[in-house]
Write a protein that binds this ligand. Structure first.
Ligand code: MN
Length: 235
């Protein structure tokens, strides 16, 4: 039995559909929220394609990734979510994706994903890359399949909004699910645009001041994109 606010579960279902609409997830990838009624657990769909998720597919998990009174098959990489919620009390939602545009930035040495325009100013960290071989050794299957690897990923993320995963994808967090979705969509967009710009020549990135100021402006517009994307996803 899930006691979370039905509006939170509704946002989580909608987030699954929006992320699919924007190509951030396909048959794979997932999005979770922290349970507002119990911060020591999180909500995540059962193992299925995000575009097909409905409210009855949502499961509850403790932060070590154990399903709560639920026999359905969970996502293998649910540990990504639990470890980040444990390490980051400020995080209310987590998106894990294999968005194609971000993959090159995780595998090419010396190239860093950075904010190329104001919509992705939150990437001003700059974005770290998680090397799973450092935690799992050379003989690994690239999957974050247990708490130890989830904790290693959370360490790479640190206090930032996004971490790339070498040869795998990215994990993006937000204080709530709408912010996490916004960031996941614009992380993928930034990666595509940055790769395109780098092919053309030397790139001028946002300055530290531009990063800080545009982040403030974007924060005041959070629901604007969500409301549009929701209607698209429902239409
Ligand atoms: Mn994955």
């Amino acid at each position: 039995m899930i006691n979370a606010d039905p509006a939170l579960i509704g946002d989580l279902v909608n987030a699954n559909h929006i992320l699919y609409r924007h190509g951030v997830v396909d048959g794979f990838g997932h999005v979770s929220v922290r349970d507002d009624a119990n911060p020591d657990r999180f909500l995540l769909a059962r193992n299925m394609a995000p575009a097909l998720v409905t409210t009855t597919d949502i499961m509850a998990f403790s932060l070590d990734g154990t399903p709560e009174n639920d026999e359905r098959q969970p996502y293998l990489e649910r540990f990504i979510h639990g470890s980040i919620y444990r390490a980051r009390p400020d995080v209310g939602a987590v998106v894990h994706s294999h968005a194609p545009s971000v993959i090159p930035f995780g595998v090419v040495r010396g190239v860093t994903l950075r904010p190329i325009y104001h919509m992705s100013s939150f990437l001003g960290g700059p974005v770290p890359v998680f090397e799973i071989r450092d935690a799992a050794g050379d003989d690994n299957d690239v999957m974050v399949r247990d708490v130890r690897l989830g904790d290693a990923l959370a360490t790479s993320l640190g206090a930032l909004p996004a971490v790339l995963m070498r040869g795998h994808g990215a994990t993006i967090v937000g204080s709530n699910v709408r912010q996490a979705v916004f960031r996941a969509v614009y992380t993928a967009a930034n990666a595509g645009l940055q790769a395109e710009a780098m092919r053309l020549g030397e790139v001028t990135y946002l300055s530290e001041y531009e990063i800080a100021r545009s982040a403030v402006t974007n924060a005041a517009q959070a629901d604007r994109a969500w409301n549009l994307w929701l209607r698209e996803a429902q239409g």
